[in-house]
Design a protein around this ligand. Sequence first.
Ligand SMILES: Nc1ncnc2c1ncn2[C@@H]1O[C@H](COP(=O)(O)OP(=O)(O)OP(=O)(O)O)[C@@H](O)[C@H]1O
Ligand SMILES: [Mg+2]
Length: 352
Amino acid sequence: MFASKKDIVGIDVGSSAVKIVRLRESRGTFHLENIGIMPLAAETIVDNTIMDSTAVVDSIHNLLNAMKIKTKRVATSVSGHSVIIRKISLPNMTDAELEASIQWEAEQYIPFDISEVNIDFQILGSDAKDPSQMDVMLVAAKRDFVDDYTSLFAEAGLEPVVMDIDCFAVENMFDYNYGFVDNEVVALIDMGASATSVSVLSGNVSIFNRDIQTGGNLLSAELQKRLGVSSEEAERAKLGDRNIADVDSDSIDDILTDAIENLVQEVQRSLDFFAATSSEDRVTKVYLTGGVSNSEKVRETLEERLGISAERVDPFRNVKINEKEFDAEYLDAIGPMFSVAAGLAMRKVGDK
Ligand SMILES: Nc1ncnc2c1ncn2[C@@H]1O[C@H](COP(=O)(O)OP(=O)(O)OP(=O)(O)O)[C@@H](O)[C@H]1O
Ligand SMILES: [Mg+2]
């Protein structure tokens, strides 16, 4: 009770950049204190594995220094194939009973040795089809994978007081800014550089989560391969630059159209899988975030393919911004890359 209620700093170690957000809470409203991003070289993090931990530690360090942040307590998150998130059905029992038996109950759903994972769960409520059963969201993360992240932060002199999962941080950010709507089923999609996470929310409950191991890098890789340009040129072309030597802009557009189609198809496949395995209503709206959601073409293609509206999420929609300190236009442009970091910065010590 007397513990400091100081807000914690949200740090998202994405594969393309480290992103940091610091918020201050006052009477239930968050105010933006600080925001910063530090790009990481392409080979630093591959397939969610940290290949060059020194580079990551240095980036975190430099970014915190540049932002003049002295706080040591941070909230961070992990994602990828070492993290399993599944909704399962179990016989009704109390939280304490499940706590005692979760290892045993979870075993069959986890593709790793049960002794090598950290397990967490949340009881969602009773099973719509069978009242003697209840729905449980099971989260399991490989311990050595989480330990790698924890030691990275220790090396940077920081204490991760909250260790979250990327998609839950995004859901947290979404809840604050948009609010969950009762009886509405929406998909929240975070399209990053190397991964895309799909969450389906029904009211305030997350009922489906999938990580797709592809993202914006796919678009630049296709441009690079098919145009025979450098990775820097491909990245520029992806972001809209049409002045690439010896390349006509139509071919850039054609390649991008194809690659975006493929990316969107992956998302569609996930949502089809959700629809096929769930008794819940269909998804009626898509909320898009992550750097790739800056592409209007991606948003439009998703809308066309899925036949429902897709809206770009503003992670600072309900966050108070001092316009003398932060340029609104710039914040809007970089916003989608900060969905995870913003959701993390909204956590409190003691949150899971
Ligand atoms: N206007 C844009 N059009 C297309 N892609 C964009 C645009 N702006 C940013 N991106 C892409 O978004 C990606 C970065 O997004 P984000 O910061 O969400 O990824 P990340 O968190 O680092 O990656 P991951 O979560 O996959 O590890 C990069 O691939 C970048 O090229
Ligand atoms: Mg990300």
